[in-house]
Design a protein around this ligand. Structure first.
Ligand SMILES: Cc1cc2nc3c(=O)[nH]c(=O)nc-3n(C[C@H](O)[C@H](O)[C@H](O)COP(=O)(O)OP(=O)(O)OC[C@H]3O[C@@H](n4cnc5c(N)ncnc54)[C@H](O)[C@@H]3O)c2cc1C
Length: 396
């Protein structure tokens, strides 16, 4: 019943009922559109060179993904006269799954609409949860230690990555239905955020380079980390716009295997500002407050509190299930003429053409269970040097 309300409110009748159907059967429902089966000639966009020089790095950031092997915690805890709804632990998928997770958390509120709601946390999850609660008719206040651009969410890569370090393969079956709801709902919501002033969300073109043939069948295997499910392949293949492997005569890169695909990208500066604006326009207030332990929830005037503290929940609730997964990124000076990104995972390098700077992700072995938030400048310099090599060998 609760799930039905969540899905119908968030998705509208048609899709909601098919998702409810899918939840019952636990099989993915195919919403495939009647795509043309005609193969059109592959078009590659013109590839403006990326100025991959270390002296164009304008910022370097580190943050920790709040990963839980069993998936995010979205559940109710009753504490005295307070109803605590937890919504944290979204690993490397927090931006991508945010709207679905927000809708799920909001559906857990049993109070009438006159009851004021407190949301603790002002990152990707807190902001979307607060807006979702406002849309459901609640009066919402956000309480947080930091707000954008100083939350961990602000340091993310900013791409649609809904199954990135979200659950381990061991727990994948139990979490699959919930993941699918969240991913589908979020995906639909992101399409409504295209074409807005400031371009908070857009589609871009990616090229994935590889030294050996792509393996579409297994889960994601990252050295030093547990195996993860490839949910997107298994459960969302009807949503994924089609990827195409470049034939040799169309391949401008030095690797033998290159895959071209469209990717949803979040321009995090503009997108965070958009969310803040929507929240404020909906009558929301943000209050600076730092909580030091679970007892601090008792101090709130509100009786309904949604806990969206991300990695902060580890210390706040002594939640040892949260495993930090470190990630370092840097931004190269913006180049609006660059309209594509690259992923070369064999060399731990990727770049995304964000409007607020070309986002270069390094990625290193030893990131898993690594809480260190210190910046290693050489890591980013190396990633940019790797990018420079790709540029030097790229045929234009
Ligand atoms: C390098 C990197 C790249 C990533 N790339 C992507 C990507 O491309 N796509 C994607 O979907 N996801 C990505 N992620 C994951 C994503 O960034 C996280 O899942 C997401 O930021 C989690 O959001 P959150 O709102 O839960 O946490 P946070 O952004 O950490 O927000 C937590 C909020 O709670 C507040 N808070 C915490 N503790 C307390 C306390 N004790 N008292 C008061 N307030 C408190 C904080 O101040 C903050 O406001 C990436 C993560 C990393 C590290």
């Amino acid at each position: 019943m609760q799930r039905r309300r969540f899905l119908q409110g968030a998705l509208g009748g048609g899709i909601a009922s098919s998702l409810i159907g899918c939840a019952k059967t636990s099989k993915p429902v195919n919403h495939a559109l009647p795509f043309s089966t005609a193969e059109l000639p592959l078009q590659t966009p013109s590839l403006a060179p990326i100025n991959a020089y270390a002296d164009r790095i304008i910022s370097t950031n580190v943050c920790t993904r709040p990963f839980r092997p069993q998936g995010p915690r979205t559940e109710v805890e009753q504490s005295g006269n307070k109803t605590l709804i937890h919504n944290y632990g979204h690993g490397g998928s927090g931006w991508s799954l945010s709207w679905g997770s927000a809708a799920l958390a909001e559906s857990l509120i049993q109070a009438d609409k006159q009851t004021p709601v407190a949301v603790v946390g002002c990152g990707a999850i807190g902001l979307t949860t607060a807006i979702q609660c406002q849309r459901a008719g609640y009066n919402v206040t956000i309480y947080a230690k930091e707000r954008p651009p100083y939350v961990r969410s602000s340091y993310a890569t900013g791409i649609w990555s809904p199954d990135s370090r979200i659950v381990t393969l061991d727990h994948a079956k139990a979490f699959a239905d919930r993941w699918q709801w969240m991913a589908r709902l979020s995906y639909l919501r992101f399409q409504t955020l295209l074409g807005l002033a400031g371009t908070p969300v857009e589609w871009t073109t990616m090229f994935r380079m590889a030294d050996k043939p792509f393996d579409d069948h297994g889960g994601h295997n990252i050295p030093g980390e547990p195996p993860y499910p490839n949910y997107r392949q298994a459960l969302l293949s009807d949503l994924n716009p089609k990827a195409r492997d470049l034939p040799a005569d169309k391949n401008p890169f030095a690797t033998s295997y290159v895959r071209q695909f469209p990717l949803l990208m979040f321009n995090i500066s503009a997108y965070s500002q958009h969310l803040l604006d929507v929240f404020h326009r909906g009558g929301g207030r943000i209050v600076n407050r730092t909580l030091s332990g679970i007892d601090d929830f008792k101090q709130f005037d509100e009786t309904v509190i949604v806990n969206c503290t991300g990695y902060g929940a580890k210390a706040l609730l002594n939640d040892e299930s949260i495993i930090p997964v470190r990630g370092q990124t840097c931004k190269l000076m913006p180049q609006p003429e660059v309209k594509y990104g690259l992923q070369y995972f064999d060399q731990h390098t990727s770049v995304y053409p964000r409007r607020d700077g070309l986002l270069v992700q390094a990625g290193a072995e030893g990131d898993f269970n690594n809480p260190l938030a210190n910046i290693d400048p050489q890591e980013s310099v190396n990633a940019v040097a790797q990018l420079a090599k790709i540029m030097q060998s790229m045929q234009r």
